[in-house]
Write a protein that binds this ligand. Structure first.
Ligand code: TPP
Ligand code: MG
Length: 430
C-alpha cells in the first residue's frame, strides 16, 4: 500500500526526473533521480516530506489525501513559504474540557464503568494508606488518589489486548487492567499469593497475562520499555496499542527523547501519556521544566501532542477515543498526551508536603475531583439515583475490606523461594 501511494505521488508530480529537478530547485539541495525512485520501495524519508508536500500544494493537490505519507503535523494550513524557506507549524493542541463545540456525554454503561473503576481505585488506595501507616507494608509506596480520572478515562476506550506500562505509582493501573484486589493487597503485604509472589512490592506490580508491563522504579525507564512493546506489537502484527504513562518529572529524562525518536521513525502504535500531577516529588513543574507545555515535547520528532484535563474523565474518554481510532485505524503513529491532573496525597508515604499549601490541595478536591464530577453527571442524567450510587459505593468499600482482611491472613513466601526469580531461568518461564 505504502509503495503504491509513493509511486502515485511521484507520478502526480511529473515523474522521477521532473520531481528531482523540482526538489533541487525548491530546496537548493543536491538530490539525484535514483534517490527519488528509491522512495517507491522505501517511502519518502522524513526530511524530504515537507518539500514533497510543497510540490503537491503548488500543483493544487489536496495534501490531506496523502496524509499517511507525510509528517503527521503537515497540513495545507500549517505549511507556509517565507523567504523561500518552508516551515512546519505544529498541530499540537490544548483540548479543553469546556470546549463549546464538544459534547462530552457518554452512554450510561461507559459512565458507570468509569465511576466504578475510579471508586475501586480510591477505596483501594485509601486502604493501602491505612495498612502502610499500620506498618504492614514495607518499602516505598506511592498513592494515586486524585489522579483516577486519567486511568479510568483511558481504560474506558482501551481493549484488553492493548498494553499498559507505567512508573512506580502503579496500583491504579494494575486495578484497571483487571487484576483481583486480593492479589495486589497480597503483593503489597509481601505475601506468597501476591501478583509478583510477594517479592516485587508496591513499585513492581506486573501482570503480563493482562498486558500490564509494570511498575518501574527508575524514573522514565518505562518510556523506552513501552516503546519496545509498541515495536513488538507492530512487528508481530498484534493490532494492539501501547499506553505508556509517565510523570511531569520523568518527561525531562534523556531516554524519553531517544525513545520518541525511534517511535516516530518507525511510526509505532503508541500513546504516551504524561500524567502531569504538577510535582515531581517536591518540585513543581515550573521549577523543574524550562518549557512547561509538556504536550509539545514531541514536536521536534513530528509527534502530535494534546493537552487534556485529566480531572475530567469524560473529556479523557472523548478525546482519547478519537486519538485511539487514529492511531489504531489510520496508522497515525505515536501521539503524546499531557493529562493535567493532581495528587492529593504526598509523593510517597514519607512526604512532609512542605512544597505546597493545604489550601491548594483542598481547593482541587473541592472543585475538580474526578469522582465527584462523574457522580453528579450520573445523577443529573438519571443513569443512577442517589440510593443506587450509595449502594454501589458500599459494595465497593466492602469488596476492598474483604480483600484486605483476607490478604492479611495469607501466608508469606516460603523461605527457600528467596533466591528464585532473581536471575533469568529458562526452566522457570511459564
Ligand atoms: C532515574 C531516577 N532518578 C531519580 C529518581 C528518584 N525519584 C523517584 S520519583 C521521582 C519524581 C518523579 O516525578 P514524576 O515523574 O512527576 O512522577 P510522579 O511521582 O509525580 O507520579 C524521583 C526524582 C528515580 N527513581 N529514578
Ligand atoms: Mg509528577
Amino acid at each position: 500500500m505504502q509503495n503504491l501511494e509513493c509511486s502515485d505521488i511521484i507520478k502526480k508530480l511529473g515523474g522521477g526526473k521532473k520531481l528531482t529537478a523540482r526538489l533541487k530547485k525548491l530546496t537548493s539541495e543536491l538530490i539525484n533521480e535514483k534517490t527519488v525512485y528509491s522512495w517507491v520501495r522505501q517511502g519518502i524519508p522524513d526530511r524530504w516530506k515537507v518539500a514533497v508536500a510543497r510540490c503537491l500544494l503548488e500543483d493544487n493537490h489536496n495534501i490531506r489525501d496523502y496524509n499517511k505519507l507525510l509528517l503527521p503535523g503537515i497540513s495545507s494550513e500549517n505549511l507556509t513559504s517565507a523567504n523561500n524557506s518552508i516551515q512546519i507549524f505544529s498541530e499540537s493542541k490544548v483540548l479543553k474540557t469546556n470546549d463549546e463545540n464538544i459534547d462530552f456525554s457518554v452512554d450510561k454503561e461507559t459512565c458507570i464503568k468509569i465511576y466504578k473503576l475510579m471508586m475501586r481505585i480510591r477505596r483501594f488506595e485509601e486502604k493501602v494508606g491505612q495498612l502502610y501507616s499500620m506498618g504492614m507494608i514495607g518499602g516505598f509506596c506511592h498513592l494515586y488518589i486524585g489522579q483516577e480520572g486519567v486511568i479510568a478515562g483511558i481504560e474506558s476506550i482501551a481493549n484488553n489486548k492493548d498494553c499498559f506500562i507505567t512508573g512506580y505509582r502503579c496500583h491504579a493501573h494494575m486495578v484497571s487492567r483487571g487484576e483481583p484486589l486480593l492479589n495486589i493487597f497480597c503483593e503489597l503485604l509481601g505475601k506468597k499469593d501476591g501478583s509478583s509472589k510477594g517479592k516485587g512490592g508496591s513499585m513492581h506490580l506486573f501482570r503480563s497475562e493482562n498486558n500490564f508491563y509494570g511498575g518501574h522504579g527508575i524514573v522514565g525507564a518505562q518510556v523506552p520499555l513501552g516503546t519496545g512493546i509498541a515495536f513488538a506489537n507492530k512487528y508481530l502484527k498484534n493490532n494492539a496499542i501501547t499506553f505508556c504513562f509517565f510523570g511531569d518529572g520523568a518527561v525531562n529524562q534523556g531516554q524519553v527523547y531517544e525513545a520518541f525518536n525511534m517511535a516516530a521513525l518507525w511510526n509505532l502504535p503508541i500513546i504516551y501519556i504524561i500524567e502531569n500531577n504538577q510535582y515531581g516529588m517536591g518540585t513543581s513543574v515550573e521549577r523543574a521544566s524550562a518549557m512547561t507545555e509538556l504536550f509539545r515535547r514531541g514536536e521536534s520528532f513530528g509527534i502530535k501532542g494534546y493537552e487534556i484535563d485529566g480531572m475530567d474523565p469524560l473529556a479523557v474518554n472523548y478525546h482519547l477515543k478519537n486519538i485511539y481510532n487514529k492511531v489504531a485505524k489510520e496508522n497515525l503513529g505515536p501521539v503524546l498526551i499531557e493529562a493535567k491532573t493532581y495528587r492529593y496525597r504526598g509523593h510517597s508515604m514519607s512526604d512532609p508536603g512542605k512544597y505546597r499549601t493545604r489550601q491548594e490541595i483542598q481547593e482541587t478536591r473541592d472543585n475538580r475531583d474526578p469522582i465527584e464530577r462523574v457522580r453528579s453527571f450520573l445523577l443529573k442524567n438519571e443513569f443512577m439515583n442517589e440510593i443506587e450510587v450509595k449502594n454501589l459505593d458500599k459494595k465497593i468499600k466492602d469488596e476492598v475490606l474483604v480483600a484486605s482482611d483476607k490478604a492479611r491472613e495469607m501466608p508469606l513466601p516460603d523461605e527457600d523461594t528467596l533466591y528464585e526469580d532473581v536471575y533469568y531461568s529458562k526452566d522457570r518461564l511459564p
